[in-house]
Design a protein around this ligand. Structure first.
Ligand code: PBE
Length: 314
């Protein structure tokens, strides 16, 4: 218990430091230089109108993602976002657009989340959210179908004991984004973290081809977690299929009992509606990761710190 609290305190302190650092990064000097280049000599941060340059567009991801729905709520709640829209495509397309913007030092606002490799690769910051539309720290939780404990007790126990940290997930994500295959990155992490994996399989017996189907969405974070737990279960003798779906169908397939489970439930905020809808038809196995977060993310060089610094469409 104490350990956990200290860990969480450390994380919150770390987050605040990041925010302080973000504030320094966008000091007047640096901001003016940047906007001077791209805006033809405007000198005050007051005059920066990124909205115009961005066509009042927030670069979203999959239409079914919680962070997209939450960004749409933010557009409604913040008066200064009047006239803005959240575009939808895919997490991959968002990451490409972000990479191109950073390369050209152009402005961009994306729907972002932590853990994600983009923070290791680029200098980015969350925009402050004074109305707290995006909520606070979240957990990523494991959900399985009802009856699993009786039918496949070893699968149930491993899924129940699966638990790691943001840094673990980030290292797998980073390796995948740098070109290693998903399965290989998962195997590499497992062989370097055998002690953690042993704790997940503790008290279970090896099986001979018991079928398990895990569902997920093609978000980088969930690609990492799902591949890791799938590989761990394969090493225990399970015949594991992993199936990418949209967010809604991912929840529905677990609730209907069609599949074994998933490790991709972002709560209490991001998937709160889906949880409410399905919680009576599935089993909640608790958090597999603490300290997740969603929000609007921009490059450090942009001279805005808060969602409220963005300007409405004329
Ligand atoms: N995400 C990653 C998901 C949850 C995991 C933040 C993109 C979402 O918004 O639903």
């Amino acid at each position: 218990m104490f350990n956990l609290n200290w860990k969480r305190f450390g994380m919150v302190a770390g987050l605040s430091l990041t925010l302080v650092a973000a504030g320094c990064g966008s000091s007047e000097d640096e901001g003016n230089e940047t906007t001077g280049d791209s805006e033809g000599g405007e000198s005050s941060s007051e005059e920066v109108n990124y909205g115009e340059e961005l066509n009042y567009e927030i670069t979203g991801i999959e239409a079914g993602a919680g962070v997209v729905a939450t960004a749409e709520t933010a557009v409604e709640e913040y008066e200064n976002l009047s006239g803005w829209e959240v575009s939808t495509s895919s997490s991959g397309a968002m990451a490409t657009a972000l990479g191109e913007a950073v390369e050209n030092e152009e402005p961009i606002v994306v729907t972002g989340w932590t853990p994600h490799w983009k923070f290791a690769k680029y200098d980015l910051k969350y925009l402050e959210d004074p109305k707290e539309v995006f909520g606070g720290e979240e957990q990523i939780k494991t959900m399985v179908r009802q009856g699993l404990e009786e039918e496949k007790p070893n699968a149930y126990k491993i899924l129940d004991q699966f638990n790691w940290e943001a840094a673990d997930m980030e290292s797998v994500m980073l390796e995948i984004t740098n070109g290693t295959s998903e399965q290989e990155a998962a195997q590499n992490w497992i062989s370097e973290n055998q002690d953690k994996v042993d704790a997940w399989t503790e008290g279970t017996e090896e099986v001979d081809g018991t079928e398990v189907e895990l569902v997920y969405v093609n978000w980088d974070s969930e690609i990492a977690s799902t591949n890791v737990i799938a590989e761990v279960m394969r090493e225990q003798g399970f015949d594991v299929t992993i199936t990418p779906l949209d967010n809604g169908p991912m929840w529905e397939s677990v609730a209907s009992g069609e599949v074994t489970g998933m490790v991709a439930a972002w709560l209490p905020g991001t998937h709160g509606d889906l949880y409410e809808e399905h919680k009576d038809s599935l089993e909640d196995l608790g958090a597999n990761l603490e300290g997740a977060k969603i929000g609007l993310v921009v490059p450090e060089y942009m001279d805005v710190d808060s969602i409220e610094d963005l300007k409405p469409a004329e």
